[in-house]
Design a protein around this ligand. Structure first.
Ligand SMILES: Cc1ncc(COP(=O)(O)O)c(C=O)c1O
Length: 416
């Protein structure tokens, strides 16, 4: 798409987001949570205004309409991920909940003392702590694949980390700190050859690239709606049907059973077996609307826009004195995530100064403390982009970051 056309399209897109209207907010924290377009907010409100009843429970017209809304959203997610069946789509609260579900239901089902769970050093705590706890519960070992400074490890590194005892491999598709992408398709294939189950953390990939679970051939994939335009409190765990059928439920309670006696229960079919209690039907309907919005914009445009902004941001930021960008030098390998440090300035000060310029970024350890330790940094500032960001915003970011050391009282000749 021509640059001018692209710019025009972004401006039109921004009109769909109430938070950007009449506001000078420069929002560069979409990896934490994305902003929400009007159609998504409307879909959630519509559910409560027009369809509100408890799905599966209300045996009357409104209850059936609520169930239909919820199940339509499930089918929308199925289509978006190209899953074989909507039975493979479990609604959760977020990526974290999906991973925790597996760390109980799956791990309890298959782990024996001495078994191994393999993750990478770049995992978000949500794909690390559940496995740490599962390993402790089962006397299993939690093993790590290291990466280099660019966030890369080779197929050979991966093969060497696998052993006959590796029962579970769980890996992020895109790092929330380095923005690098792991070749999930290839790693899943190698893991399967080893007889291991492969879980993908899609929290930072699903919002930014087409993810086809059949093509990737992962056993499970977990992600959050709120990072992809939907409200907080709705997420998805994709799981191959044979696995979902085989493993026991995680949470138990209403609507996840066929029958209950004093001492025994027969569970409902999948996916309902994993959706105990009243579900977030309004959130699911809004996630469905978010997916339709994605489909309208198209991943071709989304990827082109996010990549061109990444290039612009990295080219501008890397010229600033004292800056160190974490990860690859190639902007195309950042998926819109640019973490950096600035000599002599704590990342929290960077974020506070940018905030004074109405620029929202994240600072801290990004819930990835082992990775930061591995990279030798205590904390970092992180810019994360989405397709609704503009070139103008990137230019303002660069100008602001470029002024920080001066605003903190350093002079040009300061050697740090
Ligand atoms: C890679 C990755 N995994 C998991 C999560 C957890 O997502 P949530 O807090 O929505 O459950 C995040 C959140 O930032 C993430 O970046």
């Amino acid at each position: 798409m021509k640059r001018e056309e692209q710019k025009k399209k972004v401006l039109n897109i921004r009109n769909d987001f109430p938070i950007f209207k009449n506001s000078d907010l420069i929002y560069l924290d979409s990896a934490a949570t994305s902003q929400k377009p009007e159609c998504v907010l409307r879909a959630q409100q519509d559910f409560y205004e027009k369809y509100n009843a408890n799905p599966y429970r209300g045996m009357y017209e409104l209850g059936e309409a609520a169930t239909e809304q919820y199940e339509q959203a499930r089918e929308t997610v199925r289509h978006f991920l190209n899953a074989k069946s909507s039975d493979e789509i479990v609604f959760t609260r977020n990526a974290t909940e999906g991973l925790n579900l597996l760390s109980y239901s799956l791990a309890d089902h298959i782990l024996q003392p001495g078994d191994e769970i393999l993750i990478t050093i770049m995992e978000h705590h949500s794909n690390l702590l559940p496995w740490q706890l599962a390993a402790k519960r089962h006397g299993a070992n939690l093993c790590y694949i290291e990466c280099n400074e660019e966030g890369e490890f080779t197929e050979e590194d991966f093969k060497q980390a696998l052993t006959p005892k590796t029962k579970i491999v769980s890996m992020t598709q895109v790092s929330n700190v380095l923005g690098c992408e792991n070749n999930i398709k290839r790693f899943a294939q190698i893991a399967h050859e080893n007889g291991s189950i492969f879980i993908a953390d899609g929290a930072q990939s699903v919002p930014h690239m087409p993810v086809d679970v059949q093509d990737l051939d992962v056993d499970f994939l977990s992600f959050s709606g709120h990072k992809m335009l939907a409200p907080m409190g709705i997420g998805v765990l994709y799981g191959k049907k044979k696995w979902l059928e085989e493993i026991p439920p995680f949470l138990s309670g209403g609507e996840m059973i066929q029958s209950v006696t004093r001492d025994h229960a027969v569970y409902a079919e999948v996916p309902h077996k994993f959706e105990a209690g009243t579900v977030n039907a309004g959130g699911a309907a809004a996630l469905g609307a978010a997916i339709h919005y994605y489909e309208k914009i198209g991943f071709d445009f989304i990827q082109e826009q996010e990549q061109s902004l990444s290039i612009r941001a990295m080219e501008a930021l890397r010229n600033i004195k004292g800056i160190h960008i974490l990860g690859s030098k190639d902007p195309k390998k950042h998926h819109g995530i640019i973490s950096f440090t600035l000599d002599g300035v704590h990342p929290h000060d960077i974020a506070a100064i940018l905030d004074a310029d109405h620029i929202a970024i994240r600072a801290g350890h990004h819930c990835a403390q082992p990775l930061l330790k591995h990279l030798g940094v205590l904390s970092a500032a992180r810019v994360s982009l989405a397709f609704y960001n503009t070139e103008n915003e990137i230019d303002k970011l660069a100008e602001s970051v470029g002024s920080i050391r001066r605003r903190m009282g350093y002079v040009e000749s300061d050697v740090l």
